[in-house]
Design a protein around this ligand. Structure first.
Ligand code: ADP
Ligand code: MG
Length: 617
């Protein structure tokens, strides 16, 4: 039998994989060195898997060998190789795990990068599960020799030049694990230098859980720093560790070191990053907490260690109270995990409270970045609801943009006559400032909380009251406004007949028309009834394609506004004047337009021309 030709199998990459490879080969890399981090991380994963397998399965090759990673370089020939004695891969795994794009979002993401001509930077490569292929930044052709750890497994050699195809051939390989080797491109020959490898390992992979050898010398640290005493951990160590587990380039905003003994024992290091990821509210698989059992990593992303709304933190939890081979199902229902979670949550709250109290600047950085996610805890963590409420911060109509106050200080600033807490929700500070419903409050220096995060309308109204004071949207009709003094009182009869004309003209478009107490400058405004959804809420629901049914609103008319006064005069002179109805509809649609609710604008513009024509006659 001609073994050679029979055993070499050729495979085509799938179309999407080709695209990806093409992109990698033709992109500019700011940090080609990340290929090393990716390869070490894969080896480290493979070693972890083996360590894990050893616990339950004895039928593996050389079970007692030290688990390690070996890097070999030859600067004369520009050669590089990295070898682990981890779990290895079967033929099937070589095809499936190496030859395809792992995560579903990856392709979309690549398209985006192409369109925006962004650089494919180091952070992105690892995050989108295309780690292995980063080797094609530094090599034209790559060889993988691997053998799965099971004692009856065979060895395989995978080769590809990262273009259209790859080949797999059966080989003799006695030891378990994977070796990846290649000749470095000229542009990347520095990666065959000893100093360079040491430098990169200490930057990215210092805490990898296994020794990494270069020419028989161990070049990483392998310390589980969370096992040290707090005062023995150097700040630099902490920062390095944070960067290692989070792939962040910046230092963290702060950290917690927890060591609990007692009804549950665990150690933990928790970090709060400085910046939120772009898609903070959507990321579901962001690795937040790594779960260890006595220094052995058992889950990379342990969702049970932290409530959903705090998953912006990064860190490790290490407990001996869980068996090593614990499955996801077990952690989900585990009493131990429940206790750990609540202990960590309590500590995070203490840290945030401490910042809010003593280090406003830091707290505000946290709040601006993670506030939107943090607030969602109001709807999910009822045990900590009161704490969350105290930690909320707001911009207000009386404080400059970018300045935040708490509900507590809002209440302390309320005047004696004010009974309720007011807020207004909208898209951003600028449009909120221009909202006619704010006029009364501005004029009377009554403070209004300004909410401009999309999530606000879903979480904030649920608070209901604070310090026994009702929290109310000033978009609503049922606010008790004190009559404005120093304002001339309009003639009641005149008002009445103009209001009736408004009602007659607008018909069922509105719930009611009433003279306004809240308007100062604007002619009209729309408010919602007591049980209606406020404007911003309605808009959000529509964005999420929720059928809300149309909430009818109440039109408030400012009887002191010059346009309204003129209309009243025209009505006395000639109640059939066609300008009257035109202006009324125009005023109404004008408010809709401002609120972003005018669906059809052609009539509005046409009517405007007619009115201008009249005015310029
Ligand atoms: P990720 O690590 O995010 O899964 P990679 O592209 O880095 O993505 O690796 C793809 C897959 O290839 C891994 O999930 C693993 O199954 C396999 N793999 C890569 N390197 C090794 C290795 N050294 N040992 C065993 N399997 C590996
Ligand atoms: Mg990887």
């Amino acid at each position: 039998m001609d073994k050679k030709t029979e055993s070499v199998h050729k495979y085509e990459y799938k179309a999407e994989m080709k695209q990806l490879l093409n992109l990698i080969a033709h992109s500019l890399y700011t940090h080609p060195e990340v290929f090393l981090r990716e390869l070490v991380s894969n080896s480290s994963d493979a070693l972890n898997k083996l360590r894990f397998k050893k616990l339950i399965d004895k039928d593996i090759v050389d079970p007692d060998a030290e688990l390690r990673i070996k890097i070999e370089i030859d600067s004369k020939n520009q050669m590089f190789s990295i070898e682990d004695n981890g779990i290895g891969m079967t033929e099937e795994e070589l095809v499936n795990n190496i030859g395809t794009v792992a995560r579903s979002g990856t392709l979309e993401f690549i398209k985006n990068i192409k369109e925006e001509k962004k650089e494919l930077d180091e952070n992105l490569i690892g995050r989108f599960g295309v780690g292995f292929y980063s080797v094609f930044m530094v090599a034209d052709e790559v060889t993988i020799e691997t053998r799965h750890a099971a004692s009856n497994a065979k060895g395989y050699c995978w080769k590809s030049s990262g273009e259209g195809e790859f080949t797999i051939e059966e080989i003799e390989k006695n030891d378990k694990g994977t070796k990846i080797s290649f000749k470095l491109k000229d542009s990347a020959k520095e990666f065959s230098e000893e100093y360079k490898i040491k430098q990169i390992i200490s930057k990215y992979s210092n805490f990898a859980d296994f020794p990494i050898y270069l020419k028989k010398e161990q070049i990483n640290k392998v310390t589980a720093i969370w096992h040290k005493k707090s005062n023995e951990i150097k700040e630099e160590e902490l920062n390095d560790f944070y960067k290692f587990i989070s792939n962040d380039y910046e230092e963290p905003l702060g950290h917690l070191h927890i060591a609990m003994e007692g009804n549950v024992s665990f150690k933990s290091l928790i970090f709060i990053p400085k910046k939120a990821p772009m898609d903070l509210m959507r990321i579901q698989n962001e690795k937040s907490i790594h779960l260890y059992s006595n220094k052995i990593l058992i889950q990379e992303d342990c969702k049970e260690a932290i409530p959903e709304y705090l998953r912006f933190v990064k860190g490790v939890v290490d407990t001996t109270d869980l068996p090593l081979n614990v499955s996801r199902e077990v952690t989900q229902s585990s009493v131990v995990m429940g206790k750990i979670k609540s202990a960590i949550t309590t500590r995070i709250f203490s840290l945030l409270e401490d910042w809010a109290d003593k280090n406003t600047e830091k707290y505000n950085v946290f709040y601006k970045n993670f506030g939107p996610l943090f607030k969602t805890g109001l709807n999910s963590d009822f045990a900590n609801r009161d704490k969350i409420i105290e930690l909320l911060r707001f911009e207000t109509s009386l404080s400059p943009k970018g300045e935040y106050i708490s509900l507590k200080s809002y209440v302390s600033r309320m005047r004696e006559t004010q009974k309720e807490i007011y807020y207004l929700a909208g898209e951003n500070r600028e449009s909120l400032e221009k909202n006619p419903n704010l006029e009364y409050f501005k004029k009377n220096s009554i403070e209004v909380l300004l909410l401009s995060e999309p999530v606000d309308v879903f979480v904030f109204p649920s608070i209901g009251e604070y310090d026994k004071k009702m929290i109310k949207s000033i978009d609503k009709a049922d606010i008790e406004l004190e009559p404005q003094d120093k304002i001339e009182k309009p003639d009641d009869n005149l008002s009445k007949s103009l209001i009736s004309l408004f009602k007659e003209t607008l018909g069922t478009k509105v719930l009611d028309v009433v003279p306004s107490k809240r308007l100062v400058d604007s002619a009209v405004t729309l408010v919602v009834g007591k049980d209606g959804m406020d404007n911003q809420m309605e808009k959000m629901m529509r964005m999420m394609n929720q059928q809300t049914g149309e909430t009818k609103k109440i039109l408030e008319v400012n009887m002191n506004n010059p346009v309204i006064k003129n209309l009243a005069k025209i009505q006395i002179a000639d109640s059939n004047n066609s300008l009257l109805k035109k202006c009324i509809i125009q005023l109404y649609e004008g408010v809709l337009l401002m609120d972003g609710n005018l669906i059809q604008s052609a009539d509005f513009v046409k009517r405007m021309s007619e009115i201008m024509e009249d005015a310029t006659k």
